[in-house]
Design a protein around this ligand. Structure first.
Ligand code: PAF
Length: 282
């Protein structure tokens, strides 16, 4: 029988566990999640394991990154299932705090990161990155890892976290993990569970449109015309497109004629009630 990883429900307990590991000379890896774990999350845990002796995973559906109209209440929750999956990839412990543990009565602090949070997701979810930055800062301070792994599927989030860590000089290395995909190209996401069979069949078009646009731009095609064609392709397939944009990959600043470094193509689009995001290197 597989042994499930132990669960800490308080900051004090997680801190004590990590302090004991550290006292024994271990390097600590951390993977923050909102649970409803899929193969993409498990790949983050395996990645953390490559740079750390002990890996702790947080499972916390963070209310402050959801707007009142969004799916906080409906967000899938399955801690027992998550523990079994985490055991299968050798996670050493789970930090699963309650909401009052993370946001005690009177909580009044919010962290706002500028720079890479401008535009893209912020245009459609203005509350989102303050919620993410606040909870990620709290989780990093609670756990105190040497490295933390974030998926590149949420590419803007990854850059916001890198900015946060640099600005606060938090002593943690941030590792970005490449987007994990289904065989048909759909990026793995807990929200894929919301897709109807028909929507699931259409969903890979998001990656296909981005991949085709990236190939055209790399080959020298006009970026504006290529992005317009990608948006049209998605709309024809039945998506409501929030954005398809080309940005500088290092800081997500808008691309202009002086842009030299790598570029990133990022998109968000809705299929029925499900909002999908994806991105690709150009
Ligand atoms: O990417 C996520 O699952 C969440 O935004 C995170 C980083 C766990 C913060 O709640």
């Amino acid at each position: 029988m597989t042994t499930l990883p132990p669960v800490d429900a308080t900051v004090a307990a997680a801190r004590e566990r990590v302090a004991a590991w550290r006292a024994a000379g271990a390097r600590i890896g951390f993977v923050p999640t909102m649970g409803a774990l899929h193969a993409g999350h498990l790949a983050l845990v395996r990645n953390a394991r490559r740079s750390a002796d002990r890996v702790i995973v947080s499972v916390f559906v963070n209310p402050t990154q959801f707007a009142p109209t969004e799916d906080f209440g409906a967000y899938p929750r399955d801690l027992d299932g998550d523990l079994g999956k985490l055991a299968s990839v050798g996670a050493d412990a789970v930090f699963a705090p309650t909401t009052p543990e993370m946001y005690p009565a009177g909580f009044s602090t919010e962290i706002r990161v500028g720079g890479p949070s401008a535009g893209l997701e912020t245009d459609f979810r203005p509350h989102f990155f303050a919620g993410v930055a606040t909870v990620v800062a709290k989780l990093l301070v609670a756990v105190g890892p040497d490295v933390a792994v974030f998926g590149e599927k949420d590419f803007q989030q990854l850059l916001v976290v890198r900015r946060l860590v640099a600005d606060l000089r938090l002593p943690v290395g941030i590792i970005g993990h490449p987007v994990e995909r289904e065989p048909d190209g759909l990026a793995l996401s807990s929200r894929n569970a919301y897709l109807s069979p028909a929507e699931r069949a259409t969903a890979p078009t998001l990656h296909a449109a981005l991949a085709a646009a990236a190939t055209s731009i790399r080959a020298g095609a006009d970026a504006d015309a290529t992005l317009a064609a990608a948006r049209a392709r998605l709309a024809d397939a039945g998506f409501v497109v929030d954005y398809v944009e080309l940005r500088n990959a290092a800081d997500l600043s808008p691309v202009d004629r002086t842009s030299t470094g790598p570029l990133r193509l990022l998109a968000a689009a809705r299929l029925g009630r499900t909002r999908l995001i994806d991105n690709i290197a150009v």
